[in-house]
Structure formats: C-alpha cells, structure tokens
Design a protein around this ligand. Structure first.
Ligand code: GLY
Length: 371
C-alpha cells in the first residue's frame, strides 16, 4: 500500500510516495511519471550494499536505461564536501549529461543533499528525484528542496533551493537501518508534533515505541504525518522567509552541540536535535512562555524511546556554556549578532523568536539540567 503526500509549489509541485517496496518499483514509477529520461543513480557505499541491486533491477524491468554506472560515494558526512561535489559534477559532465538527464539520489541526507546540489548546478539545473533510505531523510531532508554541502565554516553553508520532481520514501528500507540511526531520525518526527500538532505528539506518546520497534503501519502513519506537516510549511514558505524557520525547532541548540562534538559521530544530528528540543522548551519555560511541565513531558517522551534528552547526556567537554553560545552565534540562522530560536507557548504551539537575550541562554546552560 502506498500513500501520497503532495507538496504544493505551483509549477514545482511534486508528490511524496510513502510505502514498502518503492525502491524496487522506482523504475516502473519513473517510467510512468517522468518518461524518456536518462537516469544516473547516485548513492553511497553503505546504501548500495542493500538497495542498489533492487533499484537497478526495477529500472531494467521497466526498460529504463541508466546513463552509465551508478555513482557510488563514500558513506558519511565528510562526503558533503567541495571535493566530492566537484568529483560528482565532473563525473556527470564527463558522461555527457543533458537537460533530460534525471539524477536519482538513493540514500540518506548526505547523498540527497549532495546529489540535489549537483542537480541544482549542473547545466544550471537538471531534474532529480529523492529516494530517501533513512527515517531522517524520509521525514525531513528529502522534502522541501534544501540541497548543499558543508564548508570549513560550518554545515550546509553552501547550497541551493532546488525541489525534487518526486520523492519515493520506501518504508521497508528502514529495516536495514542501524537502530541508533532510526532513533535519531525519530527525533525529527517528534519535532512535527511539537511545532504545531499536539494531537500528533499525543499519538507518538502512545505509538512511538511501536514505530521504533518495527510496526510497519505506525511507521507509514508517522512518515505520512511528518511529510504532510513539512509539505504544508514548505508550501507556505519555500525559501524560509517566515514559518519554514519553525522546522529549526531544537536546531540552534542542536547545531551548537554538534559543532562542539566536532561532527565526529559522538552525537548524531537527530540526537542533538532531541536535546535541543528539550532545551528550547526549557528556555521557553524559563522565559515564562510555557509551563515547566511541557518541558518535562517532551523530555519524558524522548527518554521513554531511548533518545538523549539532557545536557548531561553529552560529555562535559561538549557542553561548556560559553562555547555553546559561541557556536550559536555562528549558526547561519543568526542574523547580525542576535539569537533566533524556535520557542514554544506549549506543546504544538511553537513560534520563531528573534532577539533572544544571549544572557538568558547562558544562564540556562550554566544552571544545567533540572534535578
Ligand atoms: N530541515 C529544515 C528545512 O528543510 O527547512
């Protein structure tokens, strides 16, 4: 069974298909939806092991001829680099791609972001489709058209908005995901409940555990709700001039923790976001915007599924208050020195707060976790 969520962006609108078996069926779906294209699959070594063969078989069966061998990149965040971007572009241009070429990004956020950016820039823009294989990429990075690479000055600082033509989220691919990665992706699912959907957060309190343990129906329902939430926000504010910033709930703190960890794998993005969301609610409570019980409820749910939810969950060297604040100052969402956070008036009542007093943030970080 396949669910469809539509991202409404006028002439750049597209569907997100969600369900099991979509990787094997991608060939047939693409032959129908985007006929006559020459396809270049781009993936990484870890994903290729599980998912490349079924994809290629599906393409062959549907009579779709790939334009050369699939491009298989090294796995890991370091692949989102200028060097790999250059390699990929030169490889594509060396194959004689033209405007009818369709890049197919098979993998998690790293592959999707890099291949998407290559698609945005090759020949001033060619089409691409996202076939996300991690929970994080299925509910967040594959949807909405943010593409890019990292710079030595920070993550995702070089990139472009370039919407995919189609997203195929194969829920069965999640079965091959390391449990820690699945859990980290779950933090982004929780985020949608906390932004503006308290009923979804309540549903996750009841069903989150089942979803993590492999309940296929719960997974599909959560991914559909997450994609629908993201599609709604992106449809209203594609280029993040207003409410798209809500998707950064937990990310200002989270990025600071990731930067303090040196992106060395100590802390996965979703794990950092989980702690960051609790801190966003804590700051909101300390500023008198929401009840302390809201923070406690968020933390309780994250703890119940096994996600980190306290500053104390990261090594001491990674939570030096002054250093975290300095990292927040470098975040690309920080404009002219003032701190922008997503804060909350309650569960599902988030809003973008500009000009947050850095002293209040520092005091909170110095005080540490509540007893
Ligand atoms: N991941 C945040 C966004 O797509 O805007």
């Amino acid at each position: 069974m396949t669910d469809t969520v539509r991202v409404e962006l006028g002439p750049r609108s597209y569907d997100i298909l969600i369900g099991p078996g979509l990787i094997a069926r991608a060939g047939g779906i693409l032959a129908g939806a985007l006929p006559g294209r020459r396809i270049v699959p781009v993936t990484d070594e870890a994903v290729a092991r599980f998912h490349l063969e079924p994809l290629l078989r599906g393409l062959r069966d549907a009579g779709v001829t790939p334009q050369g061998e699939p491009v298989v990149l090294p796995a890991g965040e370091r692949t989102k680099s200028f060097a790999q971007f250059e390699n990929l572009l030169e490889e594509l241009l060396g194959r004689g791609i033209d405007r009818s070429t369709l890049l197919l990004a098979l993998g998690g956020g790293v592959v999707g972001d890099l291949a998407g950016f290559a698609a945005a820039t090759a020949l001033r823009g060619i089409d691409f489709v996202q076939v996300p294989t991690t929970l994080l990429s299925q509910v967040d990075s594959s949807v909405g058209g943010k593409t890019g690479i990292n710079s030595r000055h920070g993550k995702n600082l070089v990139g472009a908005f370039h919407q995919p033509r189609l997203v195929l989220a194969d829920t069965a691919a999640l079965d091959t995901l390391p449990p820690r990665e699945l859990l980290a992706g779950y933090a982004e699912v929780v985020k949608y409940g906390l932004i503006d959907d308290p009923a979804f957060f309540g549903w996750l309190e009841d069903n989150g555990r089942h979803l993590i343990d492999g309940d296929a129906a719960a997974r599909t329902a959560a991914i559909r709700a997450s994609c629908a939430a993201k599609a709604r926000i992106v449809g209203a504010d594609e280029r993040e001039s207003a409410e798209r910033a809500l998707l950064n709930l937990g990310h200002t703190f989270g990025h600071a923790l990731e930067a303090a960890a040196g992106y060395d794998g100590t802390l996965l993005h979703g794990e950092a976001v989980a702690i960051g969301m609790v801190l966003a609610f804590r700051l909101s409570a300390r500023l008198g915007l929401c009840a302390a019980e809201d923070e406690a409820r968020v933390a309780r749910h994250l703890r119940s599924v096994g996600l980190p939810h306290r500053l104390a969950d990261v090594p001491e060297a990674m939570r030096v208050p002054e250093e975290l604040l300095a990292h927040m100052g470098k975040d690309k969402k920080t404009r002219q020195g003032s701190l922008t956070f997503v804060l909350a008036r309650g569960i599902g009542r988030s809003f973008v707060a500009k000009d947050v007093d850095p002293e209040a943030v520092l005091r909170m970080l110095r005080d540490g976790d509540p007893a």
